[in-house]
Design a protein around this ligand. Sequence first.
Ligand code: 5AD
Ligand code: SF4
Length: 476
Amino acid sequence: MSESLKLIRGEERAEAPASSKPRRAFIKSYGCQMNVYDSERMGDILAVEGYDLADSAEAADLVLLNTCHIRERASEKVFSELGRLRALKEARGAEGRDMLIGVAGCVAQAEGREIMRRQGAVDLVVGPQSYHRLPDLLRRARKARVADTDFPAEDKFAKLPGLSEARIRQRGVSAFVTVQEGCDKFCTFCVVPYTRGAEFSRPVARVVADVVQLARAGVREVTLLGQNVNAYHGEDERHRTCSLGTLIRRLAEIPGIARLRYTTSHPADMDDDLITAHRDVPALMSYLHLPLQSGSDRVLAAMNRKHRAAQYLQIVDKVRAARPEIALSSDFIVGFPGESEADFEATLAMIRSVGYAGAFSFKYSPRPGTPGAERQDQIDEAVKDERLSRLQALLEEQRQAFNAACIGRTLDVLIQKKGRHLGQIAGRTPYLQAVHLDAPEGLIGHIVPVEIVAAGPNSLSGRRINQGHAAGECPT
Ligand code: 5AD
Ligand code: SF4
């Protein structure tokens, strides 16, 4: 499916006349946090190339869609957005002005050739592993349509421009850092191993250098990103392989870093080193996103998840023994081919026995080229709909119960920004809940104890407690 497109050339075109106005780029990100991070990095590359960021496609000379291929709906959105952009580009052309349209990310990787064929307005296709080559690709795209969906054997992050302190400050006190990319797990529903390629871990020294730079520019919280982040096995300065747990211990020592998180993890990679990091490292937040997908052993095996439901429960027990106050979240898929009512009920039973603070849940979407899509026992859409609504009702009940149980507790809140109303500020608890409270803006970047006074549907409200306690951890 994700055949590697070499650089392909279409019709030659005359180079657009150089304009004296600054160039403006609009980057639209779809899908996961890794895409959000990649979009930021593409923005950094474009800044070096002299582009300012625009707020809309209408205000831009270059539009990049950083796409997601994980479910069918995500891919479809890209083609409909491209239709809209084509009309915009034609209107521009009628006024004698130029506009470049690029497609990046996982749809570009998986369907680059198809995009070029179906949508003549697209000038540039670039896969997630080669966007560090954007400057060269843009130069070429001004002359002829161009696509690069190679998996180069080079560390893309090492080739990206360094971040300026001003840009880091603009993005706020919570930052993401990709430490691992790609996946070797091949769950039978998932396109990631095809679109993002084999697992790759960034060397420890580079991750440490990034986090030191972020901390110096005022970042207090870092989320380590990877498609399979706890499979991290980066090389350290002494050429030893370093696990995620060890990396977290190193990063926790960096002055200024008060909070660490990681996402997204796989149960089979929850090793003891990582679990004890939850016990020993106060900066590692007491919130773990650990996707289960299904609670049925039959479905887990069909999904190639490499663990059974009972093993998941054992991991949860171990993590809770290491960090009693930890809260869990998960991803779930309903209606995987062959899923019976009993299988689905096993998922509900697992949710009841684990108890989640939050979760993402999806109807199974057959993805071309994955083994799940080939199966003959696909589940009816109506059955998927019905199961999804039962599953989501249970998860929502658990989420609200978790939030309601926070009322009256004092939680440490990392203040991130001004609130919506005058005199209000907003931040996050260790459990990633949004909190707003009345307090001075000067607290942005600080971790303050906040008594939770109410729980709304999407956020908590709180009151600042003046008696201080050690910042960085939730006093439960
Ligand atoms: N259909 C539905 N959900 C999917 N996910 C991944 N692939 C599919 C698919 N084909 C979900 C999984 C994964 C999350 C990122 O997206 O739950 O953990
Ligand atoms: Fe996809 Fe995650 Fe499975 Fe890898 S471990 S194949 S990224 S669901």
